[in-house]
Design a protein around this ligand. Structure first.
Ligand code: LP5
Length: 241
């Protein structure tokens, strides 16, 4: 079986080049695989499935076409689009995966995550995440008007942008102890995640056994794809222009 992984596209009207590259990728690479996995921060900000925009319609139509052509599509929430819901998934022909999820890729158990929950040294973010992602907050957020959500979303983005600039690099990366503990807990030797925008394949040793952590890249100057088949894992980038 062949699989394709992407994350952190941050689709937004201000970056039509990213949308173009994504649509190209759907019509080429994604048509040749059995399953496509989108591991979070697919959109720059998603305020709820009731927000209708030309970008959202274009993306939904393209995903639905891919799904109808036979590629199964799986979507995981990121910290920017955790309000993506059932309505979007139904229209786009995607299945929403919980974070974390273990899948079997050609017989190997592989752990999939967005990656933000592994950044446990970023205490301010972890606090904000706990606050925003508990079921009561989600219920309240979803019941606000689109305008109210837009205002809160903008405030959070500005505050986050300001604070992230001041945080040392190691604080905004994953905590390696947390990585090992999470992989142990799920009994896996391979973890795939995004979020940190530091694409790489890290070879690890966990409990004296070889393991790997594959970090997907964000789409900005380049686009990033992880292709998986019987030959192994290939992390590739291509220029967006
Ligand atoms: O995504 P990235 O890399 O820029 O930054 C993340 C962390 N920041 C975030 C916040 C998002 O960028 C913005 C959220 C978008 C809104 C989603 C839509 C839903 C809106 C709600 C609708 C009602 O996730 C950043 C991490 C970084 O990753 C690296 O891991 O550091 O975390 C922060 O910067 C958090 C700050 O440290 C703490 C912010 C406190 C904010 C207080 C603002 C109060 C306003 C709330 C009003 C209710």
């Amino acid at each position: 079986m062949r699989y394709l992984f992407i994350s952190d596209l941050h689709l937004q009207p201000e970056r039509p080049d990213i949308t173009r590259a994504f649509l190209y990728c759907l019509n080429t690479h994604a048509r040749q695989v059995d399953e496509l996995y989108i591991l979070g921060d697919f959109f720059e900000v998603w305020l709820g499935d009731d927000e209708q925009s030309p970008l959202a319609s274009e993306v939904i139509t393209a995903l639905a076409e891919l799904s109808a052509a036979g590629t199964r599509i799986y979507l995981m929430h990121g910290n920017r689009d955790f309000l993506l819901g059932k309505r979007f998934c139904r229209a786009a022909g995607c299945t929403l995966l919980p974070d974390p999820t273990v899948v079997k890729l050609n017989g190997e158990r592989v752990l999939l995550m967005h990656g933000d929950s592994l950044c446990t040294d970023d205490l301010a973010y972890m606090k904000m995440r706990r606050l925003l992602r508990n079921p009561l907050s989600l219920f309240i957020l979803r019941s606000l008007s689109l305008n109210q959500r837009r205002k809160i979303g903008r405030k959070l983005r500005n505050e986050s942008r300001e604070q992230t600039r001041q945080k040392p690099g190691d604080i905004t990366d994953v905590n390696l102890g947390q990585v090992a503990e999470t992989m142990r807990e799920h009994n896996v030797r391979t973890l795939i995640h995004g979020h940190t925008h530091r694409p790489a394949i890290h070879q690890l040793v966990i409990d004296s056994e070889p393991a790997q952590r594959i970090v997907l890249g964000d789409w900005d100057c380049d686009g990033w794809l992880l292709e998986v088949d019987e030959q192994g894992y290939r992390l590739e980038s291509f220029p967006l222009t």
